[in-house]
Design a protein around this ligand. Structure first.
Ligand SMILES: NC(=O)c1ccc[n+]([C@@H]2O[C@H](COP(=O)([O-])OP(=O)(O)OC[C@H]3O[C@@H](n4cnc5c(N)ncnc54)[C@H](OP(=O)(O)O)[C@@H]3O)[C@@H](O)[C@H]2O)c1
Length: 352
């Protein structure tokens, strides 16, 4: 099969588009023909060696797999050949922890495509129990936009942030893959959402997904605007996928007793917290990582109901994966990028 592999850590040019052996699924796995695989910011960190240095090269990454079942392992009776499926974007990799609940708290939990090969290839072998029938009615490239950001958004916004009807929420980076999904989940739960973008052409994306207030953080102080928007009170919840440089201002945006949920650090890994501010205003700060199978299923039920939808920026053929990573690292992405392992030539979408 064709795969985009890395043989060392580094910049986007480390990818090689090569022929590798198609995996043979063990007894409890299924072999999936990958029709589309979403790209996440996580992949860029993995590529650079910032997630783990314990990778056996060559490695195939890719967490957001959408495809059809090509073959079943000897013991699998839960899926059928030809069925359209998506793969959980993370699961406990140690078999002894497969029953661990919620899955994302298991010690061996890993993002799909980290410890084993993922979806930057024409086929992937994955445990059958972490495969979900795709009943969304969407195209493969659309469903490939969903799993990782959807499960993350449901966990961060609904479970940890406890957003419900009337909750006021600030979601950072509203046109990003994760931000655009968090806005949609918050709106589906009845929240009112403010968000930030860093370019005028991202405004429309944030509005399309339902943001009630969109602030271009390069033109205005977002904390000032968010405080104005809440008549000086502050929001109930901040969903923070940026961290570092915006963390202090995020805390400023919270009401007394408010909650900040952080799940990303694209703006820097370190943040300054004034403990007196935390204490006097009784703020809560939570970390959040990925989500459980139950949360993924809940998110997919929202998709089926039409309460939220994938935001596909553009597709790239597998051979153009380096360009796709660069596009993401240049902060150009509006929604999601998706790789098409069976498209040999540049797609219309890529040249758009
Ligand atoms: N823990 C989890 O479970 C989980 C799950 C998903 C994502 N994440 C994390 O969340 C973060 C965002 O992921 P994503 O997939 O949504 O990324 P993405 O689609 O590439 O979007 C990232 C956006 O962040 C904004 N940004 C703000 N400050 C930035 C800076 N200093 N450098 C670069 N971008 C900056 C940019 O938007 P503007 O130009 O509009 O400001 C950029 O486009 C990453 O750290 C990722 O690892 C974590």
């Amino acid at each position: 099969m064709k795969a985009a592999v890395i043989k060392r850590f580094g910049e986007a040019d480390v990818f090689e588009h090569v022929e590798v052996d198609t995996p043979t699924p063990p007894a409890d796995h299924v072999l999936i023909k990958v029709l589309a695989c979403g790209i996440n910011r996580y992949d860029t960190y993995l590529r650079m060696g910032a997630i783990t240095r314990e990778i056996t090269f060559p490695h195939v990454m890719g967490a957001d797999i959408s495809g059809t079942i090509e073959a079943l392992g000897a013991k699998v009776d839960t899926c059928t050949v030809g069925q359209r499926v998506i793969v959980a974007p993370g699961f406990p990799t140690n078999r002894h922890e497969w029953d661990f609940q919620p899955e994302n708290f298991a010690s061996s939990y890993a993002v799909t495509g980290t410890r084993f090969w993922g979806g930057y290839a024409q086929y992937a072998s994955v445990p059958a129990r972490f495969v979900i029938a795709d009943t969304t009615g969407l195209t493969p490239e659309e469903t490939a936009c969903l799993p990782l950001v959807l499960v993350t958004a449901v966990h961060a916004v609904r479970t940890v942030g406890r957003v419900t009807r009337g909750t006021t929420v600030l979601v950072q980076a509203g046109a990003s893959g994760s931000g655009s999904m968090c806005i949609q989940v918050a709106k589906a739960l009845g929240g009112r959402v403010a968000t930030t973008v860093g370019a005028p052409d991202k405004l429309a994306t944030a509005e399309q997904v339902g943001a009630d207030l969109v602030v271009n953080h390069r033109q205005e102080e977002f904390a000032e605007r968010v405080l104005q928007w809440t008549h000086g009170r502050g929001v109930d919840v901040v969903i923070d996928n940026v961290g570092g440089e915006v963390f202090t201002d995020n805390l400023r945006c919270l009401r007394r007793g408010g909650t900040l949920v952080n799940f990303g650090a694209v703006g820097g890994m370190h943040a300054r917290i004034n403990l007196l501010d935390l204490l006097f205003r009784q703020l809560s700060v939570h970390g959040s990582m990925m989500g459980s199978m139950e949360e993924l299923r809940f998110g997919l039920s929202l998709v089926r109901e039409g309460a939220l939808r994938p935001i596909l920026d553009r597709t790239f053929p597998l051979a153009a994966v380096a360009r796709a990573h660069e596009y993401m690292e240049q902060r150009r992405v509006r929604g999601k990028l998706v790789l098409l392992p069976w498209a040999d030539t540049p797609t219309h979408s890529e040249s758009a």
